[in-house]
Design a protein. Structure first.
Ligand SMILES: Cc1ncc(COP(=O)(O)O)c(C=O)c1O
Lengths: 525, 448
């Protein structure tokens, strides 16, 4: 199948377990300076393992090579354009890694007495203040660990709020354009999902909203700009309808990158907001986290915030203020997770806010919107627009959605094929097949950190792929050709799941099996 | 122009012209006038890289970190040595800067890492399937509660008070949403969970029983017995575990646990004042299609080459929406990478050697301190003692540059004079002897 002299052939997909050779090691234990009592004297037989866990045995050089080789198979933001819609793949400043690694941050124990963690608590307090100012809502909890965790916190707060008012409710409204985490969160929070439709303009269908916003509705979860990249022009009316029904208005802040310093969810009337620090505030995405999903809330929601809250206690008689963790909050929903949240993410976020300042954040949003509209205009030119029409052709915010309907009908290539062909051009495809209400969707978010040349190049790539498909659609259908692997059998992977490595003879579902099912794939975020 | 954006004046004109508008402001015309912020955001102006570095370093200098004192503080996160290979590998842009591997052909590195991580967690826990990470230990516990609800449709969760207080708190918070009652079972006289008490607490409406190995006080629980007692009425047995001691302790899966979750900080992640680290979630085979979060699976490409993909996605929010088995999307992939690199660095024998070193030093320390044990039974990395005068101990220890541990009264009214002392490979005999000297002086002061 492959050239035996190709140094990567054959062995570059070996797992670290398959590279193991008995007797090798990278770790040398520190010397034992206490009596070496036998384990049997210290632990009951019933508690002790019969055989050691089958971890790899490998030297440090081979360990480093293994993971370095693996890393080389990842496309990444530092390498090239990554317009993954809704994910805000903006540049990750390298300073942030340096400040997060300072021992005073990185080696600080989460249960250190506040007295000896004043720097960390002050940083959190200042970050809370900055996020409150950006959102236009006075109270912040940094605790949730990602967007969806913030959403869950938001609905648990909503539940606590209605229960405290003696009027529990059972339904939560989510537009059909909502990200999947919204309805999934609704169910986890013990509510029933009620879907609200989208009007021909791409906004919330007001009549549908009015019909559904009854006294049993606890909340409307809204992303604005929404996942089509459109700012809902009827937001004032939406706010009135929701609040007249006595429900809370929740802001999914995944798209906050469009409006920093331009409009604030709190001023619009949202009661609860989550931030995706890993999107708007440029946390490196790490191949799928870590992130953080702080929330900001209005006064009436504040009593229910998670514990502990970081508070600033004024200093007495001219002494310094004291930053503390407050646990005594009787109406609190409790804890969403351990300790105080993803502090390492807060350090990077704070560094970002300090680097940009108020003006810089606003400029970031302005350029994000400029770049998106510019790229949208490039894709609206002849030779592209026939195949990839803009789904809702209005001025967009930081992202926009095109439909691959034209390409499918006229060229016989699907959005998936176009996306896969982009891989051969060394650009990351946009988010595909979301939002669901756009057929063959491609959701494109360039972000503000891309230059005009990058946007021009991407438009050129799209044009080239479409032209090529006009000549021979099979090329796109077979793509990619230059990636470490070609299309993968996802259906087969799900049908006969192999989710851990086992020695060959131990593995009933070994993938050295027939490749019957065709490669398939839907994108998602 | 900021240092991360690069639109020149000329480009701005060209771009606006291409768009067909006259100014940047026009692009925001869709936002109703009344809702626009009519002032600048009230934040200080931006600063140079150097100034930001200095400002944050100055803040950091006001924290007392683990190199500035001899710390015996643990209680869920521990001062372990993080090897240099982890810094090197985690800072590679190829791992640091991509997102979730939605395009598997150009994400084989990240996907294979997930697959290897799942394998390592499966080995440690003795359970055949693992996901690719959740947020942290306590949120993993809460996720297990949700799975138990989906699986059993029952409404009670029985929890040993040996479970980390943050795990119990997170479970209660989440359970208030998915509509379950959480019932706590007190620890027995010797700081271990009592099997009879567990047996008495479960009933036909109990969805799951939650245990922790070792428990919060450091006690090595009689896990097999507890699991058996807990499963009496058909509840699932969920065990939270610290993965490092699992190098020598019997894996929960072998003792009948249906689900094993835990906090991954001890596997190559820094303390970071509490996060980011990762949570892990492993389970019996029959729960594979109900697990929360991402799972990587092995497959082949059209040319027959081995490859990896995100699999069983019909569990997840982006496909199943309100019917998803959990709402998690972004998780802790980079921290899980640190976990699998760390376990590979330790290796099969190294993990055992490290766990044994901790075990021996822990027993040495308990003896050396000479204080009355709250949990006199077996311990592996942490233990709890009664201290005659806790304030005095803290005072003297602090003056000697020692952080003596965790005041149990912060979470357990029943252990008012309790101190939880954690040992890692970084705490040498000399460190322990220094703490013991302080403890000795307290003992003497009290008896004098
Ligand atoms: C619109 C929207 N909402 C919510 C989320 C969930 O955020 P997270 O992945 O941080 O949980 C995302 C992104 O993933 C999103 O794009």
């Amino acid at each position: 199948m492959s050239d035996p002299l190709d140094p990567r052939a054959g062995e570059d997909t070996l797992t670290i377990f398959e590279r193991s050779r008995e007797g090798r090691r990278a770790f040398v234990p520190p010397r034992c300076d206490v009596p070496e009592l036998p384990v049997e004297e210290l632990l009951p037989q019933s508690a002790v393992r019969d055989r050691s866990a089958e971890l790899p045995e490998i030297t440090e050089p081979e360990l480093v090579r293994h993971y370095t080789t693996l890393s080389s198979k990842n496309f990444h933001l530092d390498e090239g354009f990554y317009p993954l819609g809704s994910c805000t793949m903006k540049h990750n400043p390298k300073l942030h890694e340096r400040v997060a690694a300072v021992p005073g941050h990185a080696r600080l124990h989460p249960l250190q007495d506040p007295e000896y963690a004043q720097g960390a608590l002050e940083l959190m307090s200042r970050l809370q203040g900055a996020l409150a100012e950006i959102a236009g809502l006075p109270h912040v909890s940094l605790q949730p660990s990602a967007g969806s965790h913030g959403e869950l916190a938001g609905l648990l707060l909503t539940r606590a709020y209605h229960e405290a008012n003696g009027e529990p409710r059972s339904k939560v409204l989510t537009p059909d354009t909502a990200h999947g985490t919204n309805p999934a969160t609704v169910t986890m929070a013990g509510y029933q999902v009620v879907k609200v439709g989208t009007d021909p303009d791409g906004g919330v269908d007001l009549d549908d909203l009015r019909a559904k916003a009854d006294a049993d509705v606890a909340c409307l979860m809204l992303t604005n700009p929404n996942t089509l990249g459109l700012f809902d022009r009827n937001i004032e009316e939406i706010e009135r309808i929701v609040h007249d029904a006595g429900a809370t208005l929740y802001y999914d802040g995944a798209n906050l990158n469009a409006v920093m310093g331009i409009a604030r969810p709190g001023d619009i009337g949202f009661d609860i907001v989550h931030f995706n620090l890993h999107k708007t505030f440029t946390q490196p995405h790490g191949g799928g986290g870590p992130g953080a999903g702080p929330i900001a809330v209005a006064d009436r929601i504040e009593p229910f915030l998670p514990v502990p809250q970081v508070v600033r206690r004024p200093g007495r008689n001219g002494t310094e203020p004291f930053f503390d963790l407050e646990y005594d909050r009787p109406l609190s929903i409790g804890k969403m997770r351990g300790f105080q949240g993803n502090f390492g993410v807060f350090v990077r976020t704070y560094a970002y806010i300090r680097s940009l300042g108020g003006d810089g954040l606003k400029e970031a949003s302005q350029v994000a919107v400029l770049n998106a509209n510019y790229l949208k205009a490039l894709l609206a030119r002849d030779g592209i627009a026939e195949y990839l029409p803009i789904a809702f052709d209005r001025t967009c915010m930081h992202e926009f959605v095109v439909s691959g309907r034209g390409a499918k009908e006229r060229l016989g290539v699907r959005t998936l094929d176009i996306a896969k062909r982009m891989l051969d051009h060394r650009v990351h495809p946009p988010t595909v097949y979301f939002p669901l209400l756009v057929e063959e969707a491609l959701m494109i978010e360039p972000t503000e950190t891309e230059t005009k040349e990058r946007l021009d190049h991407f438009a050129g790539v799209v044009r080239a792929i479409l032209e090529e498909a006009g000549d021979d659609p099979e090329i796109a259908k077979g793509a990619p050709y230059t990636a470490p692997v070609r299309r993968l059998d996802e259906a087969g992977a799900a049908k006969r799941p192999v989710v851990r490595w086992r020695a060959r003879d131990e593995n009933p579902g070994d993938p050295a099996r027939a490749q019957d099912a065709p490669a398939s794939g839907t994108g998602a975020m | 122009m900021s240092r991360y954006t690069g639109v020149t004046d000329r480009e701005l004109r060209e771009m606006l012209e291409e768009i067909g508008v006259g100014s940047l402001d026009e692009l925001f015309a869709e936002i109703p006038e009344a809702l626009r912020l009519r002032r600048d955001i009230d934040l200080p102006p931006g600063r140079s890289e150097q100034e930001v570095f200095e400002e944050l370093s100055a803040l950091a200098a006001r924290n007392r970190h683990c190199d500035e004192e001899i710390t015996f503080l643990g209680a869920g996160m521990y001062d372990h040595y993080v090897p240099a290979v982890i810094d090197t590998l985690l800072q590679r842009s190829e791992f640091l800067t991509p997102y979730t591997p939605y395009q598997p052909e150009v994400s084989q590195g990240g996907l294979q890492v997930m697959f290897e991580f799942q394998t390592a967690i499966s080995e440690l826990t003795g359970l055949p399937v693992s996901n690719a990470s959740v947020y942290d230990g306590p949120s993993a516990v809460a996720a297990a509660g949700y799975l138990a609800k989906l699986e059993t449709r029952r409404s009670r969760l029985v929890v040993s008070r040996g479970l980390h207080p943050h795990s119990r708190a997170a479970l209660r918070t989440h359970a208030a949403g998915y509509g379950m009652e959480v019932v706590e079972v007190p620890l027995g006289a010797e700081g271990a969970t009592d099997a009879a008490a567990i047996e008495a607490a479960v009933d036909d409406d109990t969805a799951a029983v939650f245990l922790q190995q070792p428990n919060f006080l450091g006690t090595v629980e009689e896990l097999g017995e507890l699991i058996e007692a807990g499963k009496r009425t058909g509840a699932l047995a969920v065990c939270a575990a610290d993965p490092l001691p699992l190098g020598i302790l019997k894996p929960p899966g072998e003792l009948g646990a249906d689900i094993c979750v835990g906090e991954g900080q001890t596997l190559g992640n820094r303390l970071d004042f509490g996060g980011p680290s990762f949570g892990f979630f492993a389970a019996a085979e029959r729960f594979l299609r109900k697990l929360p979060g991402r799972i990587a699976g092995e497959t082949r490409d059209v040319d027959g080459r081995r490859g990896f993909v995100l699999t069983l996605q019909t569990r997840e929010q982006h496909i199943r929406r309100e019917k998803a088995t959990h709402n998690i999307c972004t998780a802790q992939a980079l921290n899980a990478l640190a976990g699998v690199v760390y376990l590979s660095w330790l290796g099969r024998r190294g993990l055992v050697e490290l766990a044994e070193l901790m075990l021996r030093r822990t027993h040495y320390a308990r003896e050396a301190l000479g204080l009355e044990a709250i949990n006199p039974g077996p311990v592996v990395r942490e233990f709890a003692v009664h201290v005659p005068d806790l304030d005095a101990l803290f005072d003297r220890a602090r003056r000697a540059g020692i952080n003596p541990g965790y005041r149990l009264a912060r979470d357990y009214a029943e252990y008012e004079d309790g101190l939880l002392v954690a040992i890692t490979e970084r705490r040498t005999r000399a460190d322990i002897d220094r703490l013991a000297a302080v403890a000795g002086s307290i003992r003497e002061a009290v008896t004098a």
